[in-house]
Design a protein around this ligand. Structure first.
Ligand code: PGA
Length: 253
């Protein structure tokens, strides 16, 4: 049995006060309303990870960062290393979000290095993949996801890949209110698991968690999470509202 994950990607939203307020609400609700929940993670902005870590002490909600630099340390102005993230109690990191791919030119070879750096530092990577609308309409969605997964991950050893969580996020569903149907999502999740099985064997593929992301809301989370190969969600917009986020967390129970 794969334990489900619900992860909240705050992106470039909320100031310090708003962010800490949201964390207080989430931790309180999490404590009051859930006994055995899914793994719950929030990904605030870098600048208040440290304050967030303080507030999360004693809570089951874990902390992650939205990006990482692939180098260990050194002269990389403006960048943040794995060691820095560990030092503020981060356990997770999102790698290869479509916004990083699209706006900052992050490509599979670079993302592989980031995944490797995260794993070397014992940070748990959530590696994102997903096709654009144009690619889906051209019937290329299987191929695109396969390339992103194989180029970004397949140089990892079997032991390493087991530490990776994958998030399938069709770009056309992110922030658009247009969710992939449960059938569309399950189809790609099953396909991703199949290519993992071809490379690493079925037993390993069966251990790897694959999250869905793209306009997950309280009213569609349960049906998505009920699919055989969907192991939880990476939530953008709805993770900025404590009640919505908690309802999604509960849908994964
Ligand atoms: P969304 O974002 O839930 O706002 O669509 C998902 C994501 O980008 O991770």
């Amino acid at each position: 049995m794969r334990k489900k994950i619900v992860a909240g990607n705050w992106k470039m939203n909320l100031d310090l006060e708003q962010g800490l307020g949201l964390i207080s609400e989430i931790t309180q609700m999490h404590k009051d309303e859930l006994l055995e929940g899914p793994e719950t993670i929030i990904f605030p902005s870098y600048v208040y990870l440290s304050s967030a870590a303080g507030l999360l002490k004693g809570s089951k909600v874990e902390l992650g960062a939205q990006n990482i630099n692939e180098n260990k340390n050194g002269a990389y102005t403006g960048e943040v290393s794995a060691e820095m993230l560990l030092s503020v109690s981060c356990k997770w990191v999102i790698i290869g979000h479509s916004e990083r791919r699209q706006y900052y030119g992050e490509h599979n070879a670079l993302l592989f290095k980031k995944v490797k750096t995260a794993l070397t530092s014992q940070l748990k990577p959530i590696y994102c993949c997903g096709e654009t609308l144009e690619e889906r309409e051209a019937g290329k969605h299987f191929e695109i996801n396969k390339t992103q997964i194989s180029e970004g991950l397949f140089e990892l050893s079997e032991e390493e890949i087991k530490q990776v969580t994958i998030a399938y996020e069709p770009v056309w569903a992110i922030g658009t209110g247009k969710t992939a149907s449960k059938e569309q999502a399950q189809e790609i999740h099953a396909y991703i698991r199949q290519i993992l099985a071809e490379k690493y064997g079925q037993a390993t593929a069966d251990q790897i968690r694959i999250l869905y992301g793209g306009s997950v809301k309280p009213d569609n989370a349960a049906e998505l999470f009920a699919q055989k190969d969907i192991d939880g969600g990476l939530i953008g917009g709805a993770s900025l509202k404590s009640r919505d986020f908690m309802e999604i967390v509960k849908a994964a129970q």
